[in-house]
Design a protein around this ligand. Structure first.
Ligand code: GLV
Ligand code: MN
Ligand code: MN
Ligand code: MN
Length: 417
């Protein structure tokens, strides 16, 4: 047995092993265009969870699952009564998702544990890797579901009752895939939380920077909008007598886009999902449902955007042709991360000799909720052309490696040896 002791500052992760693990996980739900479709709580999600659990057990971790299906893999510390230093992310994907969003943060955490095992390093505090349920919010709303329940942002029962568009509930689907765990879905003391993630935007690539030191994340408000008009025949019904819900929705969608432009450059507004009824070529649409996603770096701006959306809906109602329903389904304010942990990321990047810059996350992440209960920071790496939530999402092996080395060193600093 090799008993050479490697000073922890010199520890580097096994980049090939991390890459190979990413590519293995990406085969579960692989799409023809090179991406991944592994929607939350589907059989493919179960296969991904099973693979992670098997790997974590092979790495000597104790694995627990809570009532909302969050998985926790724990490597004991020499002082096992200390709260763990935690990392994690998600392995559910968008319908046209990539190989790295979420999966990188989970497998980077596993690689940290594997590398500590190889080197025989025992940390004082335990190390935990969390796999959060339904981060994407694509199949089931709300987004960041598992981490949100964990920190108490939503009630467990409310979330278990949420249904997908086919009427299948979170609770039933969790049981079906075997991940309705027994551990209480509530947070426990955690020393610090780190999450490694691809940037999902173009900033780091444009500046040629390897590590994004994430200072915080934009706040978000999501809504369901329902526009109700009247179905009628496309031929006999004169233009001025129609109650065309899709035409009205189209005007509203233009207005949603203008809301973000009113608050440029740091506001965002997106209509990403739309359903027209009855969706038939020669029927004037009678009802349209669509999503609105508003984001901003300040809560005041987000509140102003909310007011502008309500005013648009009021104006459309005032025209008297259609009814408009507006329901907010997600809200979280902008979340700054914690100075000491953000500092740990910056210090690790500097010690490792990686170029780095501070950055704000435009995307939501489980870290946004974890920051409510434990000091938190995130590590970003560039992704190709800044593209994510797309099957062509890509990242360079050397950036994958660098972000994981930063994660390893930041976690070692916080866990102690
Ligand atoms: C999460 O994927 C988000 O939409 O920010
Ligand atoms: Mn993600
Ligand atoms: Mn995502
Ligand atoms: Mn996300």
């Amino acid at each position: 047995m090799d008993t050479t002791v490697i000073p922890t500052a010199a520890l580097r992760i096994d980049a090939q092993r991390l890459w190979d693990s990413l590519m293995s996980l990406a085969r579960i739900g692989a799409t023809a265009k090179g991406g991944v479709c592994r929607l939350a709580l589907t059989d493919l999600d179960r296969q991904g969870r099973d693979l992670f659990t098997q790997w974590a057990k092979e790495a000597g971790c104790a694995v627990r699952v809570d009532e909302i299906g969050n998985i926790f893999a724990r490597r004991a510390g020499t002082d096992d009564a200390l709260p763990p230093v935690m990392t994690g992310s998600h392995i559910d994907t968008q319908p046209t998702g990539g190989k790295f969003d979420g999966n990188y943060g989970v497998l980077a955490g596993l690689e940290v544990i594997r590398r500590l095992n190889d080197a025989g390093v025992r940390t004082r505090a335990p190390i935990e890797v969390a796999v959060w349920t339904n981060e994407e919010g694509s199949r089931f709303v709300p987004v960041m579901m598992g981490s949100g329940v964990f920190v108490g942002a939503f009630g467990l029962q409310d979330v278990l009752a949420q249904k997908d568009t086919e009427g299948k509930s979170v609770g039933d689907e969790l049981r079906k895939i075997g991940y309705a765990g027994t551990e209480k879905a509530a947070h426990f003391p955690i020393k610090a939380y780190f999450e490694a993630h691809i940037e999902q935007g173009p900033v780091l690539e444009a500046s040629g920077t390897v590590i994004g030191v994430v200072a915080g994340a934009l706040g978000q408000r999501w809504y369901d909008v329902v526009v109700t008009g009247m179905e009628a025949h496309a031929g006999p019904t004169p233009m001025e007598l129609r109650k065309d819900a899709l035409l009205a929705a189209a005007g509203l969608i233009q207005g949603v886009n203008r809301i973000a432009l009113n608050h440029a450059p740091h506001a965002r507004a997106t209509v990403g999902w739309i359903n027209a009824h009855p969706n038939s070529r020669n029927v004037i649409p009678g009802a349209v449902k669509f999503s609105v996603d508003l984001r901003a770096a300040s809560d005041d701006v987000l509140t102003a955007m909310d007011g502008e959306l309500k005013a648009l809906c009021d104006a459309l109602r005032g025209e008297g042709r259609v009814e408009v329903g507006l329901e907010q389904v997600v809200y979280f304010p902008p979340q700054p991360f914690h100075d000491e942990q953000v500092g740990a990321v910056r210090r690790a990047a500097a010690r490792l000799g990686y170029s780095h810059q501070d950055i704000v996350s435009g995307a939501g992440h489980d870290a946004v909720y974890l920051a409510r209960v434990t000091p938190t920071a995130m590590i970003f790496i560039p992704c190709k052309d800044g593209i994510s939530h797309n099957e062509i999402e890509d990242a360079l092996p050397e950036h994958i490696e660098a972000g994981c080395n930063v994660l390893l060193q930041a976690m070692l600093e916080q866990a102690g040896v």
